[in-house]
Every structure is written in C-alpha cells, then in structure tokens.
Ligand binder design. Structure first.
Ligand code: GDP
Length: 295
C-alpha cells in the first residue's frame, strides 16, 4: 500500500554510492523523499519541515561508517531522529501514592474516547490497579450506556447520575465515591463535540480545575491525519495535556499523527488503540512507531 522509504530512496542513493561522506549536495534528493514519505504518512506539514531540517543538519558531513552503506546510514539517522522526537521510550501512566490517581480523558466525539476509557481501565486492572470510571459525557445520547456496558464487560464500576445531571456534579460525587471505596485510579470520560467549541473547552477546564487530574489524556484518532496537529495545539493551549492515546492504528494509516501530537505538545503518547475490542490497547513504543511511519 505504502512505498517503503528505503525503496523510495533507491534513486537518490545511486548518487550517494561511492562517496565517503554524506554531503549537502548529495542528500537533497534523499531529504525530498523523506519529506514525501512523512507527508504521505500524514505528518503535519510544519512538523515535517522542522524534521527535515533537523535530519539535514544531522546527516551533513556525517562520516560514512565502515561496512555500512550511506543509504543505510541515512535511514538510521532518519529513524533515530524520529524515535528521539517521539520520546525514545514508553512513558507509563502516572500513579500517585495518595489515592486515587485521576485521569481525565479529552477529545472530539467519535475518536474512541469512551472505548479508550474502558481499555485503559482493563489495562490497569491487569496491573492490579482497581478503577472507577466516571460517565461525565452527558451530551452524546448513548455515551453513558456505552460506558456502563463496557464497565460490565470488564468488571469495572461506573459512576453515573444520568444524562440530566451536570458534568461537574457527576465528577464531584464520583470522586467522593472513589475516595470512599479506596479506588486506585479514576478515569473520567468527558464530552466530545464534533468540533472544538468554546463551551466544550470551558466545561473541560472546569472539570480539570475540580478534579485536579494527574493525567489529562487527549484521545486522537490516527485516521484524522493532518488535523491531529490543530487538535493537539488547541487542547494543549486551552487545557494542558499530559499525554495522548492514539486510536484506530489498526486502520489504514501510517500513524504520522503520533509525530505531530508529540512535536506540538511536547507530551508523550502513552497508548495506542489497535481495534474496537476492549483488549485492543497497547503501550506506545517510539521505535515501533518510527518503523511504521517510515515503512
Ligand atoms: P467517543 O465518541 O470518542 O467516545 O468514541 P467511541 O469510544 O464511541 O468510539 C467511536 C467508534 O470508534 C466506535 O465504533 C469504536 O468501536 C471505534 N473505535 C474506538 N477505538 C478504536 C480503535 O482503536 N480501532 C478501531 N478500529 N475502532 C475503534
């Protein structure tokens, strides 16, 4: 489906062969291919420009290592730069000593926020962290029922006051319940709209203020490609995120959104969603994502 970067670079390499240095003039073609590959992987244009400039700086004048062809070396530079940008290692979810750890889920409607809440609860339960999910999305008609059904499925309690209650009341009472029950981690599923709007942001800010979360996770649909950058910028500016969950990576995408989210917010992607099932959540590993983006 996608052409691997190594194949794309084939033509560009011919010029590199037989040279003992990667110089400015002979990497221009290769950089152009990197740029095209990243854009095809849906990395945001601004992010691509910055990335290509960084790689150029790294690659220029790099001594060609004995036994390694310049093309392999160049790919390694690109790969390492990508891994570095995405944070090198997996960053686990926060866990605080004074219970409960509070995780606020944020994002647009349809991104997989409610599903991700349950996936996360199941993931934590497997680590012996008992969870309570709070159903604070009162705007999407089926969201509360959906969370209740998922909760039953994974045997994780859900706190809800129906769709007529105010989200702030639900969160306040849900947190009290969690404290009373000695819950390890509270996951708050908040409302997502089809588009970012001021009312949604104001309400999310109030919920954040009230719940003082240790994690604010932005749920980003990997299929939204370029839009992931704008979404991240707005949520990070308005609310402040501590990380992200990239969903729908089982779909037809290279996952370039991962790079945009990280580059724009500076915050790590903590998990990826790889299917509709509640087990389909994996920790995010930068090196795996770099390989996927490059093909
Ligand atoms: P919300 O509006 O953000 O709460 O979104 P939902 O959790 O209801 O998810 C929207 C749709 O995306 C549902 O049909 C989910 O089954 C689906 N979905 C969520 N996460 C994933 C994923 O990682 N992969 C796939 N293929 N589908 C997903």
């Amino acid at each position: 489906m996608f052409e691997a970067l190594s194949d794309r670079l084939e033509g560009a390499w011919k010029k590199l062969r037989g040279q003992d240095k990667i110089s400015e003039s002979n990497i221009q073609d290769a950089l152009r291919e990197v740029r095209r590959a990243l854009l095809e992987a849906d990395v945001n244009l601004q992010v691509v420009k910055q990335f290509v400039a960084d790689v150029q700086e790294q690659a220029q004048g790099a001594e060609v290592v004995q036994g390694v062809s310049p093309d392999q070396q160049f790919i390694k530079i690109v790969h390492d730069e990508l891994v570095g940008l995405m944070g090198e290692t997996n960053v686990p979810l926060a866990e605080v000593e004074e219970l409960p750890t509070v995780v606020l889920m944020a994002g647009l409607q349809g991104t997989g926020k409610t599903t991700a809440s349950a996936k996360l609860a199941l993931h934590l339960r497997k680590q012996s962290r008992n969870c309570l999910m709070i159903a604070a999305d009162v705007y999407r008609p089926a969201a509360i029922d959906q969370l209740m059904t998922l909760g039953k499925q994974i045997d994780v309690p859900v706190f809800q006051l129906g769709a007529d209650a105010k989200p702030l009341d639900i969160v306040r009472q849900g947190l009290d319940q969690a404290k009373a029950d000695g819950i390890n981690t509270v996951i708050i599923d908040t409302a997502g709209r089809l588009q970012i709007d001021p009312q949604m942001m104001a309400e999310l800010a109030q919920i954040k203020e009230l719940s003082q979360p240790h994690e604010v996770l932005l749920v980003v649909d990997a299929m939204t490609g370029q839009e992931a950058a704008n979404l991240t910028r707005t949520f990070h500016q308005e609310i402040g995120i501590t990380g992200a969950i990239l969903t729908k990576l089982d779909g037809d995408t290279r996952g370039g959104a991962a790079l945009s989210v990280r580059q724009i917010s500076g915050q790590p992607i903590k998990f990826v969603g790889v299917g509709e099932k509640v087990e389909a959540l994996q920790p995010f590993y930068p090196d795996r994502m770099a390989s996927r983006i490059l093909g």
